[in-house]
Design a protein. Sequence first.
Length: 222
Amino acid sequence: MSVANVRLQLQFDLDLTVPDSLAALDHAQLCQTLAGLLGPTVIQGLPVIAGKQLAKADMRVVKHHHRLDAEVKTAVRIEPSRILEAAPHLTDAEVATLAARAAARLPKGEAEQASYLRGQALALVNEYRLVACVVDALLSSGKPTQIEGKLNLTNGHIFLDASHRQTRLQNAQGALRVGVAGTDVELRAECSGHTLTGPVLDVAVKQLVPHRGALLARWQAG
């Protein structure tokens, strides 16, 4: 009998979808079942086929052995509430789509998960989803005013029309009340300065979460 002077290792990882009844088996039972299903056709057939191919280069398979292992992968389930906390602008259907799409690469840390889900949500839907709103504020003169705008549910920014290009608000007046038209929703906006288009007003995304239903309904109605 020839003495082997080379060991060849071939490894294939096969990702399978299996019936729930198989996925529920313990490790030993699962491996035994898969070995029985593969049978001689695969387990004995591979060395035979490999031997025929290698014989073309004057090589022989002296002996062979195999190792079969299987691991049940439990799919990570992302609770819809986790997605809504990161992206309250998504509809129920979009939340379901994102939950299925993002599960495979969900990070382990909570902070990383929130950032990841936010990024994935914006990759899925990053369009303007606007609702009419009114901001109560003090002008630089100290006079109270109401500023009409459009609140973007996607990122919390408030868009103002051209009539507010010259509007200047009083500094350090704190959070500004924001009322969403046609609802009882009341939010708070921060003014981070002024540009050529007027005051820069933003509502933190986390403020939108408790009011998601009413805000989305208003956006869809508009």
